[in-house]
Design a protein around this ligand. Structure first.
Ligand SMILES: [Fe+2]
Length: 246
């Protein structure tokens, strides 16, 4: 059966990207040559645009975040035939501030949105908003989302709401199924491309489930699919760059 190769990466978080994951992913993409490439959100960190950001976070410049996020996006999408960028909650901060009552923030947000739109256009990607209805990418029978639930029940919640899906946002590789009279469905956490230890999560136990990983596979012409997942093991990734039909 005819198929197309795909790769899905998520949560690279601009200047918080994990260098080992970045180089493994880009090397894999170079070899695997996926026609379909999806960044499932949080390409930027924008930590000083967070509501309730600390004075320390607000003091940061965003220039490294912009530079490293943009560079990663360009390299990841370079050579892809069908590129998709799903905005994550961190990216979406620009769109929220576009309606800020503070003129300076509003101006920054409008300039930033224009910058992201230019980057997306240059990468020949399609962009979806961070929206539980409008931010759902369908690849045959598989959906890809940034993620709209967090915590230990997130995978199960996504399996119930979106059925067969890959999700980011939680930075982990949790998997959960949900039953229905049409068969079982599975939601799988993609894993993150960013560092696992960040200033904001030093005291959170949830980060102990975070993993560096990405997904890839085959999308068949009838909408069925095969998913593989590469997780960082002791600093390295072990990938299969080809498939054999038996
Ligand atoms: Fe994230």
């Amino acid at each position: 059966m005819l198929s197309r190769r795909f790769v899905v990466a998520s949560d690279s978080h601009g200047d918080q990207i994990d260098p080992a994951t970045e180089s493994a992913l880009l090397s894999f993409v170079h070899d695997f040559k996926p026609q379909i490439r999806i960044h499932a959100g949080d390409v930027f960190d924008f930590r000083n645009l967070r509501r309730g950001a600390s004075d320390d976070e607000k003091a940061h410049s965003l220039e490294d975040d912009w530079r490293m996020g943009s560079d990663f996006m360009r390299r990841f999408f370079d050579g892809g035939k069908e590129n998709h960028f799903l905005r994550g909650n961190h990216d979406e901060r620009l769109w929220h501030f576009a309606h800020s009552a503070t003129g300076l923030l509003r101006d920054y947000a409008h300039d930033g949105i224009a910058r992201v739109e230019k980057l997306v256009k240059k990468s020949r990607a399609k962009m979806l908003p961070y929206d539980s209805r409008l931010g759902v990418l369908k690849l045959g029978a598989l959906k890809v989302i940034h993620g709209y639930a967090a915590g230990i029940g997130a995978a199960r919640k996504h399996a119930i709401v979106y059925r067969n899906c890959l999700f980011g946002h939680t930075h982990n590789c949790d998997v959960a199924g949900a039953e229905s009279d049409e068969g079982v469905s599975e939601a799988r956490g993609i894993g993150a491309c960013c560092r696992l230890d960040m200033p904001y999560n030093a005291h959170q136990t949830g980060k102990l489930r975070h993993q560096n990983a990405f997904c890839y596979g085959l999308l068949f012409e009838d909408g069925t699919y095969q998913i593989n997942q590469a997780k960082k093991i002791d600093g390295r990734f072990y990938v299969a760059s080809d498939f054999r039909a038996l």
